[in-house]
Write a protein that binds this ligand. Structure first.
Ligand SMILES: Cc1ncc(COP(=O)(O)O)c(C=O)c1O
Length: 439
């Protein structure tokens, strides 16, 4: 089956989405409210499928197709979509009120549980997104150190906040319109010990913070080596800079003590989001008491960091707490199984790729995984009529009942063996389609 056949199947399967997309492009610039939600399908002359509902490991499209979902709400839904415990938590909390705009015990309980679970967090604050968490963490680090320079990693995605919007994806060095040139933000290559050492040799006394994802996710699912994390920990301590782990995705995903527990390296500040809201909007940032103390407005020269209108709202706090309680109850066996399932699944995909002699990059870390075809672009460029292969891959898989992002995505506890086997069959067919297109 080639690109045109797949396009035709997609168009046939997604007629209502086509109608909705016409309305969306008229209303929202690009048809979306988050840039990645087009799935790049306009490049194929298509549109993304509109989703009507989600349960367990499945999304259900407006046209009635059931898709095994590896995107699981931007990686948030580690227990699958809409588990009953979340419905119960929302109903129970809603009866008492959706948002008071005041201090409340539900937020307190969630915060206490996060602190108990997370080695580095002595105090924390809530906000409503991961982008806010990373933005406020950087501000705290600058306020604490009285320095300006921030180091991030190439390929690191910390949300849309302007302070960290640099070298997001290759080719690095691209300028983004609307952003002011920021001499106080530099980037280093991920997992490159020599480069980060040189960076500290050159700028050490000026560096306020290093912010990094312990597993680079948008940048291609690459786990940090323990040696790299230990080196950055050592350098930041030596030079008096703040080490910030952006655990918005890895938090409560790699283990109940997050990536910092998994790798055994403790940051000064941690950013959280996604899983800690159990599928509702949330963010949090926290860490060493002496750093967090400067957020206290009662302290003379405090640093203004906040959380906004919906911070610590009772609904997100309740769904977050229900999720953490469920994860805690299942214990380390839950993470052992999820992570092992992810690693085995990635291995099976690598086998498929080698059976199909396709030089595709498959990467994984615990229950996170990605597939990308960037290395094939050179071969492809000789065949100018071929579609972008990463985009084609997503579309071809939807036609086979599988929904992915970044080539694949993440597992939830609902991704049982039969669904993974179905996904492997779908991937095998897609790999074969791509191989034959490249002949
Ligand atoms: C590592 C990381 N940090 C921060 C963010 C931003 O979170 P949010 O989209 O909730 O603002 C994301 C979002 O995907 C992320 O992956």
């Amino acid at each position: 089956m080639d690109n045109l056949d797949n396009n035709e199947i997609y168009l046939n399967n997604n007629k209502r989405s086509s109608e909705l997309w016409q309305r969306a492009v008229d209303l929202f610039p690009g048809g979306i409210s988050h840039n990645i939600r087009t799935w790049d399908f306009p490049k194929l002359g298509l549109y993304p499928p509109f989703i009507k509902k989600a349960k367990g490991a499945f999304l259900y499209t407006e046209d009635g197709q059931r898709l095994i979902d590896f995107w699981i709400g931007h990686y948030s839904n580690i227990l699958g979509h809409t588990p009953d415990i979340l419905i119960d938590a929302i109903v129970e909390a809603t009866h008492e009120g959706t948002h008071f705009g005041t201090v409340n015990e539900r937020a307190l309980k969630l915060g206490e549980e996060i602190r108990k679970a997370t080695p580095s967090i002595e105090q924390l604050r809530f906000c409503s997104s991961g982008s806010e968490a990373t933005s406020y963490s950087v501000r705290l680090a600058r306020g604490f150190t009285h320095r300006s320079l921030v180091v991030k990693m190439q390929g690191g995605w910390h949300g849309g906040n302007s302070q960290l919007f640099k070298d997001i994806s290759p080719p690095f060095g691209v300028k983004y319109r609307g952003l002011v040139k920021d001499p106080n933000l530099i980037s280093c290559s991920y997992n490159d010990i020599d480069e980060i050492k040189k960076c500290f040799e050159q700028f050490g006394d000026e560096i306020a913070a290093v912010i990094l994802e312990p597993v680079l996710i948008s940048g291609g699912v690459e786990a940090a080596s323990k040696e790299f994390l230990q080196t950055v920990r050592h350098l930041t301590t030596k030079y008096g800079a703040v080490l910030i782990f952006d655990e918005v995705i890895t938090g409560f995903r790699l283990s109940y003590s997050s990536a910092q527990g998994y790798f055994g390296v403790t940051p000064d500040l941690t950013c959280l989001g996604k899983i800690i809201g159990g599928g509702l909007a949330i963010g949090a940032y926290g860490g060493k008491k002496e750093i967090m103390a400067i957020a206290n407005p009662e302290n003379g020269e405090s640093v203004w960091v906040g959380g906004g209108t919906f911070s610590g709202n009772p609904l997100s706090s309740s769904t977050g707490l229900a999720t953490l309680n469920a994860l805690k109850e299942r214990g380390s066996a839950f993470y052992d199984t999820l992570n092992k399932t992810g690693e085995d699944f990635v291995k099976s995909i690598k086998d498929l790729v080698s059976d199909n002699s396709l030089p595709v990059k498959i990467s994984g870390a615990a229950s996170l995984m990605s597939i990308n075809y960037n290395s094939l672009e050179k071969i492809k460029s000789k065949k100018t009529n071929l579609p972008n292969l990463n985009t084609f891959h997503q579309m071809s898989l939807i036609n086979k009942g599988v929904f992915v992002r970044g080539g694949l995505g993440a597992l939830s506890s609902e991704h049982k063996k039969d669904l993974l086997d179905h996904t492997l069959e779908a991937l095998d067919q897609t790999f074969k389609e791509i191989s034959s297109m490249l002949q």
